[in-house]
Design a protein around this ligand. Sequence first.
Ligand code: CP3
Length: 347
Amino acid sequence: MEKTTKKMLSTLKGIPSETPPVWLMRQAGRYLPEYLATRAKAGSFLDLCYHPELATEVTLQPIRRFGFDASILFSDILVVPHALGQDLSFAENHGPQLGPLPHDLQFDATDFHKRLEPVYQAVESIRAGLEEEGFSGTALIGFSGAPWTLACYMIDRKGSKDFAATRLMALADEEKFTNLIALLVTAISSYLIKQIERGAEIVQIFDSWAGVLPPSQFFKWVIEPTRKIVETVRAACPETPIIGFPKGAGVLYQNYASLTGVTALGIDTQMPVTWVRDVLQPSVIVQGNLDPFTLASGSPALLKEADMILSTLGDRPFVFNLGHGIDKSTPPEHVKRLVDHIRGYRS
Ligand code: CP3
């Protein structure tokens, strides 16, 4: 009963609405002063991720301000390597830093889920909080990094332009790399299913570094592992929509959509919306793809770009979002302006 009132869920079932649902990647983050205050209270970013109550608080902050149609679990994709036993830290303004890849890396389901229990508790408490605070129309998205992107961080051990160490290992020691990807497929599928069991209504798979691979390897390390995850999650939770976000996939978005079986596709900023309309939209629901810096600038281009996206993609079931996470320089008023504009579109 409650489900039918959530615009995000009906859109992902293929039902178009007057104006599209809207949420923004990284909507809970450093552009909000209340986020910075809660992070300070938690101690560090990672402490915040593992504190169910404070993670709930920061998840709800942007919903209170902007009334988005979806909330996204506050966590990070790197809690998965962390729960598999790899050290992880986030130095202020330096991004993530991982420890050496454990030699005896194994997936022990009991141990893995025990370590991630605070994340599952956050999922439960966000669902409850949305109801309590009267946001019963806001859906909850759970997420994971995809195997390729997690492997990039696990092997290169920090952010990189090209993830050279990972690229080389995938080619030079294919057997070892194949085993790592297989382990990640198992862990990620299990992680997503658990999030759904605890209250996530949608899941999104972030493959942020899909774009560094040439086509043959894109099929092997992006499409095939994601297809297996979709198959496993769908077998356990057939009703739950799955959004895939293979950032930088270019024309391979088309292959990714048809071969992985995701419900919807997150589109990055580089994709021309007319191509998305003509090539992707006939067979898959799309989400995207405003440039985060156009939003941050708040220039006249903001509403113009938003209108272009709405008029090109809005005739079919569509979710308005950015093409990448919101930048920390973004004034919250610009977000409000954008959301009001989308809600008033056509009226
Ligand atoms: O979207 C949301 O609001 C949900 C929370 C979320 C975060 N990270 C919080 C976060 C999600 C879905 C992610 C995903 C994530 N994390 C990705 C995939 C999406 C993408 O951006 O490509 C990746 C690659 C990561 C790994 C990661 N986490 C990096 C590289 C960094 C440092 C870069 C940066 O923006 O500082 C993080 C840190 C991080 N994750 C922050 C937040 C709010 C900033 C940490 C802080 O508060 O200082």
